[in-house]
Ligand binder design. Structure first.
Ligand code: SF4
Length: 95
């Protein structure tokens, strides 16, 4: 069988509804650009916001950054992190 899916099947496959007719809401996934390590590799129930490396860079607006990645920061959102992202393995507690 070929991997080519007819257009009608594609429409059904990506209709945005689940088996029960409920609309599928996609959650925004954390971008991997600005994190010191992959999110979710750190302690359970901790987030970037609770990490001592969590930082803000204020320009025209406030950008959330990881302090460990400061050498790679840009002036825009390319190296941003999400405050609610699960902690990475470089997470450290405030002391
Ligand atoms: S958990 Fe801390 S070290 Fe890891 S990406 Fe977030 S702010 Fe940076």
């Amino acid at each position: 069988m070929s991997n080519i899916v007819p257009n009608a099947a594609k429409k059904l496959q990506f209709s945005g509804r689940d088996l029960f007719g409920e609309e599928i809401v996609e959650r925004r996934k954390p971008k991997e650009n600005g994190y010191a390590a992959p999110p979710g590799t750190g302690p359970a129930r901790e987030t970037c916001k609770s990490c001592k490396h969590y930082a803000h860079r204020v320009r025209a607006k406030k950008y959330r950054k990881c302090g460990l990645m400061k050498a790679h920061w840009t002036g825009g959102p390319g190296t941003d992190i999400l405050a609610r992202s699960p902690a990475c393995r470089c997470w450290e507690e405030y002391k």
